[in-house]
Design a protein around this ligand. Sequence first.
Ligand code: NDP
Length: 296
Amino acid sequence: MTASIIDGKAIAAEIDARARHTAEALARISGRKPGLAVVLIGDDPASDVYVRNKGRRAEAAAMRSIEIRKPAATTEAEVIAIVQRLNADPSVDGILVQMPLPGHIDSGKVIAAIDPDKDVDGLTPVSAGRLLLGQSGLRPCTPAGCVILAERALGKLDGKSVVVVGRSILVGKPAALLFLEKNCTVTIAHSKTRDLPALCRTADILVAAVGRPNMIGGDWIRPGACVLDVGINRIPAPEKGEGGTRLVGDVDFDAAKDVAGSITPVPGGVGPMTIALLLRNTVQAMARREGVDIPV
Ligand code: NDP
């Protein structure tokens, strides 16, 4: 068997297009574009690329992108003051603080300062609480993207058994809650889980969010399962010349594709969904703030 490859790039492009459509409708109704503010502290090159991509995709989706860049020496109080200014700015609908922040800044404190109704990353304690309680709110982007990919591959998810490997606040825990919300039976695995391969083999949907290149082998996968690989790992690729590197996921793709029913590639699977869901969250935040009832 060869798995069907889930084309995250194409599905993300559909979500971007829909976000654009909603953004244009909101602009007609309220006379302004949805505003997405991204705060970048320091000059980490990977973060710089992410922030530029977010800005480009937001503008392509008919939104106003606001980039706030400050040097690495910016104090925690200054970053919190920036967040508070954005909270108070009526033209800003979404606020995202790019992680990681420089070591002297407590990222938990900065995230907690974001107005939950503008929390398009879905990471504030209030957003996490709303998710846990099943209340409406802004959901974390990467896990929400995983659920959409699973639905595209499998249709209705009711009763599916899901194993999420990884329990981070950013991916694993919210992914587990979102699949639970879809009536799946969810198990969360982590570094202390016993006999992880056997547990993974029970999954109809296997979500890998660990950060260890090619950790999950073909024999960890139930034949026909849907495999969502969140991991993004850069490994040496001598075939690309000296110092060459390439991206791989947490799943050994070549082995897994012969067993799985459907699988996300890395890159081009879960990755592109994150910004798509960020754009969707931004139009959702604006619709809510403006009191406009519009499908997003
Ligand atoms: P974290 O490092 O925060 O969490 C990793 C999790 O994996 C932890 O819960 C840890 O368990 C678990 N883990 C580590 N080793 C093992 C092991 N040997 N067996 C089982 N579980 C293990 O990572 P993130 O959740 O932030 O990210 C995970 C991956 O996803 C990374 O590669 C990251 O780059 C990628 N990522 C991709 C995104 C995207 O596609 N847009 C967005 C965010 C992340 P424990 O808690 O016990 O330590």
